[in-house]
Design a protein around this ligand. Structure first.
Ligand SMILES: *Cc1c(COP(=O)(O)O)cnc(C)c1O
Length: 360
């Protein structure tokens, strides 16, 4: 049988050409005759790997010298704490937007470190909408504004502008960074775990405007001080060298496709075709408002949920993996990150039509 298609939300599918390169180059990193995992991080080859990966990432994002890109441990989850520890004093306020499970987690963690003000929430619609900007109650004294620009579980994505918000903007972009072009200059700090759209678990990308940093809360571990990580080029301690290498290969692959503009075109088409198939059927339904439907994570429910387990079993047997929805939402979810092709999505749509034909 051919290779299965992995629709997992994360850790997610990697591009096949990247897996091929990992396999071909694993034993001999750049002619050194030892693997990338066996090198000291002080080794010139590894220092250069980090420099080149940062340069590549910044170039793909289209950002200049005002920003640094860091490669940090701890996952996006640690950023829920690291952001307020670095940007907030215990008596200061930060503004948070609630749009789904991940922004809820970010608020809960941040509340340990300062006064967190929820400016708006889409909880009332079960996180199927994006609260409009003109409804936000932004406190004038907030040190920063935080949002999750793609809610991986609820399938809601931010497409609006954050221009002229009057305060620094921090965004969790874990599940859609580099899936389409975004006005990165509207953001002052961006973070993303690599294992969704950009690589393997173990490294978290933090892109930060250096002039945002004014020192951390006193109990912040040295390892979690952004300024110290900047000063040490992400090497305050032994960094996750292998995941950074995989990230670098994914970024090279993205460049070879034609960069973000090229992948955006593919991703738009993929999402449009899957949503169109769902909307055309009364057997499947996506509950998210059309203006904020995620291009990356597409939840859908069956009109008859007693067929759910049959759908999961049949899809798995057909080589379509991990379509079961998150336990908090139920139903199904197809995560169609950069590594998933239009052909993969077409195969899913064909399977869904056939399942409907035999079950409805
Ligand atoms: C997966 C995910 C996280 C958590 O990532 P970890 O790397 O597991 O900590 C946070 N935010 C979003 C939007 C995610 O998709």
């Amino acid at each position: 049988m051919s290779r299965p298609i992995n629709f997992c939300s994360g850790p997610a599918a990697l591009p096949l050409p990247v897996l091929d390169r990992i396999s071909a180059e694993l034993h001999d990193f750049q002619g050194s005759k030892i693997s990338v995992m066996e090198h000291s991080h002080r080794d010139r080859l590894i220092v250069r790997l980090f420099e080149e990966t940062e340069a590549r990432l910044k170039s793909l994002l289209g950002i200049g010298d005002a920003y640094r890109a860091l490669f940090l441990p701890g996952g996006a989850t640690l950023q829920f704490s690291q952001v307020p520890m670095n940007l907030l004093a215990p008596n200061e306020s930060a503004a948070y937007l609630t749009t789904g499970a991940w922004s809820q987690k970010a608020i809960k963690e941040a509340a340990k470190y300062g006064n967190i003000v929820e400016v708006a929430s889409s909880k009332e619609t079960n996180f199927t909408t994006m609260p409009a900007r003109d409804t936000w109650q932004l406190p004038a004294d907030a040190k920063y504004f935080h949002l999750c620009t793609n809610e991986t579980i609820h399938g809601v994505e931010w497409f609006d502008s954050l221009e002229d918000l009057g305060m620094p903007v921090v965004a969790d972009m874990s599940s859609h960074l580099l899936s389409r072009s975004m006005p990165i200059d509207e953001f002052d700090l961006i973070y993303a775990g690599a294992q969704k759209n950009l690589g393997t678990a173990g490294v978290t990308i933090v892109v930060v405007k250096e002039d945002l940093l004014e020192g951390c809360q006193p109990l912040t571990p040295g390892l979690m001080d952004y300024q110290s990580q900047i000063d040490n080029d992400s090497m305050v301690n032994t960094p996750p060298v292998y995941p950074v290498w995989v990230l670098s290969l994914v970024l090279e692959w993205l460049e070879s496709l034609g960069g973000v503009a090229a992948v955006e075109k593919i991703n738009r088409q993929k999402a449009e075709s899957l949503y169109a198939a769902i909307d055309a059927s009364s057997f499947y339904r996506n509950p998210v408002a059309k203006d904020c439907r995620s291009w990356m994570n597409i939840p859908f429910v069956l009109s008859d949920d007693s067929l759910d387990s049959k759908f999961i079993d049949a899809s798995q047997n057909a080589g379509l993996l991990n379509l079961k929805g998150h336990r908090s939402v139920g139903g199904m979810r197809a995560s169609i990150y950069n590594a998933i092709t239009q052909t993969d999505v077409d195969t899913l749509i064909e399977f869904m039509r056939e399942f409907e034909r035999v079950s409805a």
